[in-house]
Design a binder for this molecule. Structure first.
Ligand SMILES: Nc1ncnc2c1ncn2[C@@H]1O[C@H](COP(=O)(O)OP(=O)(O)O)[C@@H](O)[C@H]1O
Ligand SMILES: [Mg+2]
Length: 616
């Protein structure tokens, strides 16, 4: 790609680098947590999630402990059977055999029953923890300010709520059970081996240094490999969502082939990363088995010699060998567990990171009540910027209640920024925005959202009927009120013509609305919500010129009796305004009635002339 013969030619635009960048950013947080134990905030989150289930968890722990003991009894009883019961039977006494067999059956039944209890119980706790977590993340993220959502793409939010929660589920459902069993059995069997026969135990433990080295090797490499797989799959998902999110642009510019190539490339990287991860497991698992078998051979050889010397009972040797098997099998599970542990701890880290995000737009502890706003909006020495750069250096503006203000200016002038501040999607860095004399950050969310409504160009329709969508801002509205709003806005006619009228599902065939129709629905929604202050950001730009008159009337109805701030893109909209503000570089450069400004020699006069010319 970066072949030297390209010389000084500009580097080709290669968006794949961006995708990888996005993906890396999302997996960066991972590196610290994957290799070590959970970090502070992850541990805190886990603690909070598990605390309500403390009792159940202790009960589960005791259940699995007893279950393990029952399970451990098996090899021991077999040894007793061989050394005691069989000789006794040969001597004519059947009772030792009866007792050992009964004990074995009892242990087997207890093992199964306790295992059942554990699986059911841990499954229930796991599901409850996940439910709580998912609800908590959803509620939290929904309340985070726009500035968070602009930084944190919806793809990332989606993966928090789906794959990350699932990674935890996997750990709780399968991994934890496997890990607890493995830890218990490795610890208890280790002790049992030494107690059963010390010299044989020592021989068995000789395999340990090898096992230790092997595990270290596996752990170190699989951490890296695992991280690669996460990064490559994240890059793949980002490319996927961008391709289909922007499918119109993709098809319009015929970028399908290039996307195909990129997809193939990213897929291949993911395949390679997964291949490496599988290869590590493919080496680790048989290697553990082989060490186990070699140790078994050594124990068998040495044990047989001791039996020959009459130093060791055959039954003890058999028990020993059976325990040895049970000792090595769980070690292989730990390898599998390690992978799910890594996903889960990375997921927990990211989830706790999201939950740590604080809304900068906090609701005041003691809000100033404003049950019925009049609608006077004041920007008082407002300074604002999204990051380091200042967008609005200093804005002073008073909009009296009931005034209709049209805001015009070049792209990037800061019109949308002003609108967002008026609706408190952001707080100013300096200065205040006030509604009826009350700073917006002193209002309760309920009062603020009732008083100020912003309608943007992306008039989003939610799953449900047209009526539901209109009533979105006032869910208690009656059907006549909904229809009244639609009628006032001029949307009634086309809604009536839909297959099921107001009950038409907007996601179904026949319910698909044009951009202009969606806009009218969002006007009706705002009309029904009936705010004191209405902010329209480019909200009329998706309406076509033929419906101009209709829109004109709709707008006039919508704007009557309330303070309105319209970011205007057409002459007709400006003409219905009481006042025009011209914005340039974050400052208001002209302010007056449309007639005054047209008569003058400023920018608006030029703009107006250009508009007028284009209509001829
Ligand atoms: N969400 C954002 N994050 C960072 N910068 C932004 C954001 N939105 C707008 N800007 C910047 O603020 C300036 C004003 O943008 P905006 O208010 O959208 O202008 P207008 O609506 O007049 O086209 C631009 O320079 C733009 O790059
Ligand atoms: Mg804008």
């Amino acid at each position: 790609m970066s072949a030297p013969d390209q010389g000084a030619a500009p580097a080709p635009v290669d968006a794949s680098a961006d995708w990888r960048g996005v993906a890396t950013e999302d997996t960066d947080e991972l590196s610290a947590s994957a290799s070590s134990f959970l970090r502070g905030r992850s541990r805190r989150l886990l603690g909070e999630l598990l605390r309500p289930h403390r009792r159940a968890l202790w009960a589960l722990l005791s259940v699995i402990l007893v279950q393990n003991l029952a399970w451990l009894a098996g090899p021991f009883l077999i040894g007793v059977g061989i050394d005691v019961a069989v000789p006794a039977l040969l001597g004519g006494d059947p009772w030792p055999l009866v007792w050992t067999t009964a004990a074995m059956v009892g242990a087997a039944v207890a093992d199964a029953a306790l295992r059942y209890l554990f699986l059911v119980g841990s499954g229930r706790v796991g599901q409850e923890v996940l439910l709580t977590l998912r609800r908590r993340v959803f509620r939290h993220v929904q309340h985070l300010p726009l500035s968070f959502h602009e930084r944190y793409t919806s793809g990332k939010t989606i993966s928090r709520l789906t794959s990350d929660v699932e990674a935890l589920a996997e750990l709780l459902d399968e991994g934890l059970d496997g890990l607890l069993t493995a830890l218990f059995s490795v610890a208890t069997i280790g002790v049992v081996l030494l107690v059963l026969d010390l010299p044989l135990g020592v021989v068995a433990l000789l395999g340990f240094p090898l096992l230790y080295l092997l595990s270290r090797w596996f752990q170190r490499n699989s951490t890296i490999a695992y991280r690669r797989t996460r990064q490559t799959i994240a890059a793949l998902i980002v490319q996927f969502t961008e391709t289909f999110g922007g499918i119109r642009a993709v098809q319009a510019f015929r970028r399908e082939d290039r996307n195909d190539r990129l997809h193939a490339e990213l897929n291949d990287e993911n395949r390679r990363a997964n291949h490496r991860a599988f290869w590590l497991i493919a080496v680790f698992v048989p290697a553990v088995t082989m060490i186990g078998n070699l140790v078994t051979v050594a124990v068998l050889g040495y044990g047989a010699l001791r039996v020959l010397d009459d130093d060791l009972a055959v039954g003890v040797l058999v028990s020993f060998l059976l325990y040895l098997r049970r000792f090595f099998d769980p070690l292989q599970d730990i390898a599998m567990f390690y992978n799910s542990y890594q996903s889960a701890s990375a997921a927990l880290e990211k989830l706790s990171g999201v939950l740590e995000e604080r809304s900068v737009l906090t609701e005041p502890a003691e809000p100033t009540p404003l049950p019925a706003a009049a609608g006077e909006v004041v920007f008082d020495r407002v300074r604002f910027g999204y990051g380091a750069a200042t967008v609005l250096p200093r804005l002073d503006l008073t909009i009296p209640a009931g005034q209709t203000v049209a805001l015009v200016g070049a792209t990037g002038a800061g019109k949308s920024t002003l609108a967002r501040l008026a609706a408190r999607f952001y707080d100013p860095i300096d200065g205040q925005v006030r509604l009826d004399g009350v700073p917006l950050d002193q209002l309760s969310d309920a009062d603020l959202r009732r008083a100020v409504v912003m309608v943007t160009q992306e008039s989003f329709l939610f799953s449900g009927s047209i009526a539901d969508n209109i009533a979105f801002g006032r869910p208690d509205a009656t059907r006549p009120e909904v229809e009244g709003a639609a009628r006032a806005i001029g949307a009634h006619r086309f809604i009536e013509a839909l297959p099921q009228g107001y009950d038409t599902d907007v996601r179904k065939r026949g319910g698909r609305l044009s951009a202009g129709q969606r806009q009218l629905v969002s006007f009706a929604r705002a009309f029904l919500a009936d705010p004191a202050v209405l902010v329209l950001d480019e909200a009329t730009s998706s309406l076509d010129v033929p419906s101009e008159r209709l829109v004109q009337r709709a707008l006039q109805t919508l704007l009557a009796d309330r303070t309105s701030l319209i970011i205007a893109h057409r002459l007709s909209t400006v003409e219905i305004a009481d006042r025009v503000l011209v914005m340039d570089g974050g400052r208001l450069v002209e302010d007056g009635s449309p007639a005054e400004l047209i008569a003058g020699t400023g920018r608006f006069a030029d703009l107006h002339q250009a508009w007028a010319d284009s209509l001829v």
